[in-house]
Design a protein around this ligand. Structure first.
Ligand SMILES: [Zn+2]
Length: 159
């Protein structure tokens, strides 16, 4: 999954769970912002889904989010990060599998690659694109309705 799907998923999870939207949105791309440069630019890992696309990355960054931002922010962080991992896990079943959730505690035979945005996008199958577009449209509908409801509420407010 790429930017629109991850942002959409984080916003929907935030709304469904009633957690901090800003935290969920802030973290929605963090696993990619860590793992892609580590693999694509520095070639330090065999795969672009470690170390941040793991339970360890989720737990460590959530602990830091809690220390720096407090409990409410951390709850949004946990939800947004989790939505990212869940989306990528779903996509891993539609594309060459590349989620190593238990790394480094479990040994995996890792899929080598990709090493850039283009090669990553080449992995996208039509089902992934449909999922991305569908999720984004659902989020737009949900948040559009929310925006519309708030606007109507504002117009009918005091005065
Ligand atoms: Zn990712």
């Amino acid at each position: 999954m790429i930017l629109p799907g991850h942002v959409a998923a984080a916003s929907l999870v935030s709304k469904a769970l009633g957690v901090d939207l800003r935290a969920a949105l802030a973290v929605s791309m963090v696993p990619d912002l860590i793992d892609k440069p580590v693999r694509w630019l520095f070639r330090l890992t065999p795969n672009d889904r470690i170390p941040a696309h793991t339970l360890l990355g989720w737990a460590l960054t959530s602990a830091v989010a809690g220390l720096l931002g407090g409990r409410r922010f951390a709850a949004g962080w946990v939800a947004g990060y989790g939505s990212h991992l869940l989306c990528d896990e779903v996509n891993a079943h539609l594309n060459p599998g590349r989620i190593y959730f238990w790394w480094p505690f479990k040994r995996y035979t890792m899929h080598i690659g990709p090493t850039g945005l283009q090669s990553s996008l080449n992995d996208f199958r039509p089902a992934s694109v449909a999922l991305e577009v569908g999720l984004t449209l659902v989020a737009l509908a949900v948040w559009g309705r929310e925006y519309s409801r708030r606007r109507q509420g504002g117009q009918c407010g005091p005065g």
